[in-house]
Ligand binder design. Structure first.
Ligand code: GDP
Length: 258
């Protein structure tokens, strides 16, 4: 049995067939874009936010998970796209979840004032967005967690630790790392996340490569399970993800045992 307080790789949670999860993810469609929090629609649908540094591979991951070529746009001028893009998932007439694509951060050429303003919007979003059910943090596997990633995690640490918001860290572009280096990256990031772990927290970390399809099916199933869990247990705690999964196949087979 894996220690429930340790960050783990994602699993199936409530059993979700890969094909069902893929069909669900493929329903993603653009809803709206907002430059301020108060422009976002308010609702009860579970929302999963995608966050990460510019160039971490966020747009590519969203497009891969949803099997859409251009749902999330890679910005031509990194760091300039300072909008939250919202996508709906589920049946057309009754969506069951939202994906929120938050602006990438950390791009050096953005003026200080714009950076600060966005840091604030991001901090507010993560701290107060009521229907936020989960966060997918994209981290370049070669860089690991940077200071800005840690700062972002600080904004949500309390909600993650209490289990109110789930967290899944994708170590992206792991195809660029040799097996051992990928395993080391997984261990280091897992270790860094331990400070947020608790009996109630649901924290996962996994190797991911859009290019090699590493982790894609497991991550899709996990997000589907998050949404299922959130709707099935609106009155109580959603079920935890099962840590026994087999992602990371092409990037090394090490499990983050912390
Ligand atoms: P974003 O700024 O976080 O949205 O990052 P993008 O999705 O635009 O990706 C940044 C760069 O990383 C692009 O050149 C992508 O082609 C590349 N990239 C993204 N995912 C992968 C991957 O899985 N493997 C490799 N080798 N490159 C990737």
């Amino acid at each position: 049995m894996t220690d429930p307080r340790s960050p783990s790789r994602p699993g199936q949670g409530p059993q979700v067939a890969a094909s069902e999860a893929q069909r669900w993810a493929h329903t993603a469609r653009f809803v709206t874009t907002a430059s301020r929090l108060d422009q976002l629609p308010v609702g009860e649908l579970p929302e999963i936010a995608f966050v990460g540094r510019s160039n971490a591979g966020k747009s590519t991951a969203i497009n891969t998970l949803t099997q859409r070529r251009r749902l999330a746009f890679a910005s031509r001028t990194p760091g300039r796209t300072q909008h939250i893009n919202l996508f709906a998932l589920g049946p057309k007439d009754r969506p069951d979840a939202w994906f929120a694509d938050l602006p990438g951060y950390g791009y050096a050429a953005v003026e200080r004032e714009a950076k600060l303003r966005w840091q604030q919007v991001m901090a507010d979003y993560l701290a107060v967005r009521r229907n936020l059910a989960g966060i997918v943090l994209l981290v370049d596997a070669r860089l690991g967690l940077t200071d800005l990633d840690r700062r972002l995690l600080d904004f949500v640490a309390r909600r993650v630790t209490t289990g109110e918001v789930r967290l899944l860290v994708l170590l992206t572009k792991c195809d660029k790392l040799a097996r051992r280096a990928a395993a080391a990256s997984l261990r280091t990031v897992s270790h860094a996340l331990e400070s947020m772990a608790s009996e109630d927290a649901d924290i996962g970390v996994t190797l991911f490569s859009a290019l090699k399809h590493t982790g894609v099916d497991d991550v899709t199933a996990t997000l589907r399970a998050w949404v299922r869990g959130a709707s099935a247990t609106e009155q109580g705690r959603a079920p935890r993800c099962d840590p026994k999964s087999t992602s990371g196949r092409n990037c090394g087979d090490a499990v983050a045992s912390t």
